[in-house]
Design a protein around this ligand. Structure first.
Ligand code: SF4
Length: 334
């Protein structure tokens, strides 16, 4: 093993923090090795899922470290061109600060641009965001080819989440301590971001951050739409680690029908409409729950199973997870 940045990243065991958990060093090497004169870095700051707000925290509070991560990526690829993919609410909050921090890098010959888009969940899917930057419809592409081989304008492209690039800067300067950012929506709906060891379980995180409820509760982990739902007795131990988002729910005060409608309304709104199973499925699910007094579980699972198998991208396939886990882990209906 040599001493370049990819080796340091590998040694630190860094994995992507955008959800897929892909090995960061592997991705960097793939793009570096891909044939092509022109290469790009794209910073995914779309963060379009409810319950996630760590990227905006990093953008605001660690702007320079994040940009250092971008420059390390560009230098590794012998490239100059990078895009920040920022939803317009985030641009309003941090656009000026980011532009000011980019300016000295422009003077050094880097070409770092901010692409502003409407907030959307699908806008964070890596190929959908490439389409958006190219001025096409914000919908996913078929994979392969993967962006590391053929990404922005068909050139090899390194797409990393904000937190991943921040971590790279910490790895480079020796300050990386195997921590991750957690977005917590606590017992009273209070939102907070914490930087804590990545091997803590949910129970420890909630207790340490003063978010452990005094009432019976359950949590949704990993995101306020696609995240897995766990009961109070499932938040201890190894399986309950690694979630970048935790939302606490009061068991007695949560109406199952209203919770389902919250998830399904989100998915129906966010479906990009490219494929029928997701476009029609999210609509049908929302309408069938809205129209029924009793939740029509068997009919819902029929639709969800079809969506899980036949949807074109992860958005349609992920609708099952919160509903199935809530059904089994909290309502204990199976
Ligand atoms: S699964 Fe949904 S979001 Fe994904 S391509 Fe199909 S319609 Fe679009």
């Amino acid at each position: 093993m040599g001493n370049d940045i990819a080796d340091k990243i590998e040694k630190a065991g860094l994995t992507g923090r955008g959800g897929a958990g892909y090995l960061t060093a592997k991705k960097w090497r793939e793009v570096a090795a891909a044939p092509g004169e022109k290469k790009y870095v794209v910073v995914n700051a779309s963060e379009g899922e409810t319950g996630l707000f760590k990227d905006i925290f990093i953008l605001k509070n660690h702007t320079d470290a994040l940009l250092k991560g971008v420059v390390l990526a560009l230098d590794h690829l012998h490239a100059k061109d990078a895009y920040f993919n920022l939803n317009k609410n985030y641009y309003r909050e941090v656009g000026k600060k980011l532009e000011a921090a980019i300016k000295p890098l422009t003077d050094k010959g880097y070409n770092i641009k901010i692409f502003v888009e409407d907030p959307s969940y699908i806008g964070g899917e890596e190929t959908a965001l490439l389409n958006a930057i190219e001025g096409k419809r914000t919908e996913p592409r078929s994979k392969p080819p993967y962006p590391s081989m053929s990404g922005l304008y068909a050139n090899p492209t390194l797409i990393n989440n904000v937190e991943t690039l921040y971590n790279v800067a910490c790895v480079e300067d020796g300050s990386y301590k195997k921590k991750r950012f957690y977005c917590i929506t606590g017992p009273k709906g209070r939102k907070s971001v914490h930087h804590l060891p990545d091997d803590w379980d949910i129970e420890k995180i909630l207790k340490d951050t003063d978010n452990y409820p005094k009432f019976d509760f359950f949590v949704q982990i990993g995101g306020g739409a696609s995240g897995t739902v766990c009961d109070q007795d499932q938040i201890k131990g190894k399986l309950a680690t690694g979630a970048g988002a935790i939302e606490v729910f009061d068991k007695k005060k949560t109406d199952p029908r209203k919770l389902l409608l919250r998830w399904l309304e989100f998915y129906q709104k966010e479906s990009c409409g490219k494929c029928t199973p997701c476009r029609a499925g999210t609509y049908q699910l929302y309408e069938m729950v809205k129209a029924s007094r009793e939740i029509p579980w068997p009919k819902m699972f029929e639709v969800l199973e079809t969506m899980e198998i036949t949807s074109f991208c992860a958005l349609g396939r992920s609708v099952m997870e919160p509903i199935r886990s809530y059904y089994s882990n909290v309502l204990k209906l199976s």
